[in-house]
Design a protein around this ligand. Structure first.
Ligand code: ADP
Ligand code: ZN
Ligand code: ZN
Length: 754
């Protein structure tokens, strides 16, 4: 019999490849892939790694090291997770260690995860109502015991229909003003008992449960269409206009999966969206539902991790609502993955590696589990829609709003005209002001969208035109009035407002352009009696700030909500009837081949927030270019028109989905050395890829945090296997990194850049 003498181990390093260690005799019978081990690495450093394979093939090196310690008794990471890590590392050209770093909550990877155990009180057995009443009566002579039991019944939610919640012993004693002795007596009588279990860090809000809603005829049709597609295809794109009730359809699909004993992953692009949808889901699925996002503390993450893996007897999650990184949770029985707002660019991680696309990786995750995937959107990505045309994905369409409400009426407001004719009030056109007036008069609510935070994107000397820029990046500093500072949105550098121009020393510094902060200020002047709030990165730094703002808006304690793209997606407010887009121009004029697609999606999304219940909503789009093709398409809610236009353009200029893109970002702190080395890399790549290499060129922002940047873009044919092309790219990068003096060069590869 061969013995597993060697373990291939993933270490949290950017170095590609696995590391082989000897397995000591003492643990040979226990080791399994997915277990954590401690291993020595370079000079005396110890690392926690994950075993990904066991075998008896001695590696080619002479001094093979030995595993120092085995941490786990059962694997921390399952086989499917290891396969997903490998796929991501190969597809997105990074190390498995980098994927591991993104995937594991740091408490698990640092190996200092200890569960804090606490005493929880539960009923010693199931009692009938009669029995409980008898016990309570008999306890009249022992008021402390009676009080204790009554408090337990209250705190555990007994009789609510859902399972009792174990009550922490310390809270029970405090709440009931009782004594440990009273508890001991109740325990000896067989009424209550205690058990040790990990302390839950997750505050499970108790929600009233409801059965799932009955689907409308159009929704049932869509539901059936999805199920029919699933007989033949693994992936279905649900193209449903905003407020068509896609979420309700997903809820029906989730219910089926849960009944079958399966797990479901429901992905959203934005943390702000999880707030509303989690409540909708908990109404139907209660404690089976968990939520996972970047605002959680490490202990919370670990708890969720364990509840999904089923390592935790405090209840196993069957439905996870989460952002990008929820893909890495230890699902063991996934039946369905839902990627909502699938077109959203936030699904792509930019920095650091792994630069993965969560939608595309989720499809792989689902495939590993033999599960199905739903991609949902009101304005699908060109890529996904194209996959329905080629037959790779099924397509289900839902073209009417729930309740037959009409899609919002779109009003274009020409800012150029309005400025010329002096009709603008601050940044607001007469059209927008009229719509807002109407809404406020009817006590309806308004959302104003401006995709820039801060007060003004830059300030300028009115004499000589000098503009303060970041000392570390090639970007203008944004003025934030609340803190009265100039801030770099790329690196966070900030400085006081200059009293004088640094170039001509006059005192005429003026603010230019406008961000959400300025809009908030001015709206308060124009509508002094309206209640105004703002939602952007600056107002949502605290853990619960999203919930607070969204709740206040739901409860109509806010009349006008101003925000960035955070408020543009997926939210569902009953009384919101008017949406204003303050400046559509800066969406359209972004230097990127996806700019038009994105503007369409953004405008369609934000419009979709308006008029979702009783009556048609109104959207006012302010633009200096009302004849713009994309704006005209938005006006008609013409997704297919947009798709045809974009697909044609991309086909003729050879852009995705008609090719694959790989972008290489090269950085150096010395500009001329950057030019030199990126030039070498460019020519080397041309040897293999010829004209399909673009660049090196300077991106729009050519310096960030002191690093100068050049990018090289490579177009790879869609039909050809991309593994070979990626190998050629990796080889070329390795060669330039080995050049003399190239050690201060930083090279990052971004596959399918967004
Ligand atoms: P989408 O996800 O397509 O934007 P939602 O699922 O949020 O749409 O539905 C829009 C609104 O209509 C929500 O408030 C939702 O609760 C309501 N709704 C949708 N379908 C139904 C239904 N079958 N019964 C009752 N209300 C529904
Ligand atoms: Zn000046
Ligand atoms: Zn900066």
């Amino acid at each position: 019999m061969t013995r597993t003498r060697f373990a291939d181990i993933i270490l949290p390093l950017a170095v590609r490849g696995r590391f082989t260690y000897m397995v000591p005799e003492s643990i040979i019978d226990y080791v399994k892939p997915g277990m954590r081990v401690i291993v020595p690495f370079s000079s005396n450093r110890l690392y926690t790694g994950i075993i990904c394979a066991l075998h008896d093939q001695p590696p080619a090196v002479r001094n093979i090291r030995t595993v120092s310690e085995l941490i786990d008794i059962v694997p921390s990471v399952n086989e499917m997770q290891l396969k997903l890590w490998l796929w991501i590392s190969e597809y997105y050209m990074c190390s498995e260690g980098e994927v591991m770093k993104a995937a594991l909550p740091s408490e698990i990877s640092l190996n200092n995860y200890k569960q804090k155990l606490e005493n929880y009180i539960i009923l010693a057995r199931k009692f009938s109502d009669d029995e409980l009443n008898k016990i309570l009566d008999s306890l009249k002579k022992a008021p402390r015991q009676q009080e204790l039991l009554l408090s337990w019944l209250r705190l555990s939610g007994y009789g609510s229909g859902s399972p009792d919640i174990p009550v922490r012993k310390s809270s029970l004693l405090a709440e009931s003003h009782s004594t440990p002795a009273a508890f001991e007596t109740l325990a000896s009588k067989g009424v209550l008992s205690s058990r040790h279990q990990p302390v839950s860090r997750i505050s499970d809000e108790v929600t009233d449960m409801e059965p799932v809603k009955k689907l409308s005829a159009a929704q049932s049709q869509a539901f059936n269409s999805i199920k029919n597609h699933f007989n033949e295809k693994d992936i279905v794109l649900v193209h449903g206009v905003t407020s068509s009730g896609k979420t309700e359809i997903y809820i029906h699909l989730i219910e089926e999966q849960i009944k079958k004993g399966k797990q479901v992953l429901y992905m959203l692009p934005e943390i702000a969206l999880t707030t509303q949808i989690i409540l909708r889901l908990k109404k139907h699925f209660g404690d089976l539902t968990g939520v996972y996002h970047s605002r959680l503390s490490d202990p919370e993450r670990v708890e969720i991790w364990n509840r999904i893996a089923g390592n935790d007897d405090s209840g196993c999650y069957r439905l996870i609502l989460g952002v990008r990184s929820s893909l890495f949770l230890p699902f063991n029985n996934l039946g369905l993955v839902i990627v909502d707002e699938e077109h959203d660019g936030s699904y792509k991680q930019h920095d650091p590696a792994p630069r993965y696309h969560a939608r595309d990786s989720a499809i792989i995750l689902a495939a590993l589990h033999k599960a199905k995937t739903i991609l949902g959107s009101a304005s699908p990505s060109i890529e996904s829609y194209n996959n329905t045309i080629s037959g790779k994905y099924g397509l289900t369409e839902l073209m009417e709003r729930f309740g037959q409400i009409k899609l919002p009426e779109i009003i274009l407001a020409n800012t150029r005209e309005a400025y010329k004719r002096k009709l603008m009030v601050s940044h607001f056109t007469p059209e927008l002001l009229r719509a807002m007036d109407d809404a406020l008069g009817r006590e309806e609510q308004i959302i104003l969208f401006q995709n820039r935070r801060g007060f003004s994107p830059y300030i300028e000397c009115s004499e000589c035109g000098w503009i303060p820029v970041c000392i570390q990046c090639s970007v203008n500093l944004t003025y934030h009035k609340g803190i009265n500072r100039l801030v770099c949105h790329y690196c966070g550098y900030n400085t006081g407002m200059p009293s004088k121009c640094e170039s001509c020393h006059t005192t005429g510094m003026v603010t230019r352009g406008f961000g959400t902060e300025k809009i908030e200020d001015e709206i308060k002047i124009v509508f002094p009696s309206a209640r105004v709030a703002r939602m952007d990165q600056d107002t949502t730094r605290n853990k619960n700030s999203f919930n607070k703002i969204i709740k206040a808006f739901e409860e109509r304690r806010i009349d006008i909500l101003i925000g960035t793209q955070m408020i543009s997606k997926g939210l569902d407010f009953e009384n919101l009837t008017v949406v204003g887009v303050l400046n559509a121009d800066n969406l359209l004029h972004y230097p990127d081949f996806r700019a038009h697609e994105r503007s369409f999606q953004m405008l369609e999304q934000v419009s979709g927030r308006a008029g979702r219940r009783e009556k048609q909503g109104r959207v006012v789009i302010q633009t200096s270019d009302p004849a713009n093709r994309i704006i005209r398409l938005v006006l008609r809610h013409d997704y297919e028109g947009m798709f045809r236009l974009q697909a044609e353009e991309r086909k003729s200029f050879n852009y995705p989905p008609f090719c694959r893109l790989v972008r290489i970002n090269v950085k150096h702190k010395d500009r001329s050395l950057l030019n030199y080395y990126s030039g070498i890399l460019g020519s080397d790549l041309r040897q293999a890829f010829g004209k399909r290499v673009l660049g090196p060129e300077s991106p729009a922002i050519s310096q960030v945090q002191m690093w100068y940047i050049k990018t090289i873009l490579i177009k790879i044919e869609r039909e050809k296997p991309h593994a070979r092309a990626k190998q050629l790219i990796a080889d070329a990068i390795e060669r330039v990194e080995k050049e003399k003096g190239a050690s201060a060069l930083r090279i990052a590869v971004d596959v399918d850049p967004y």
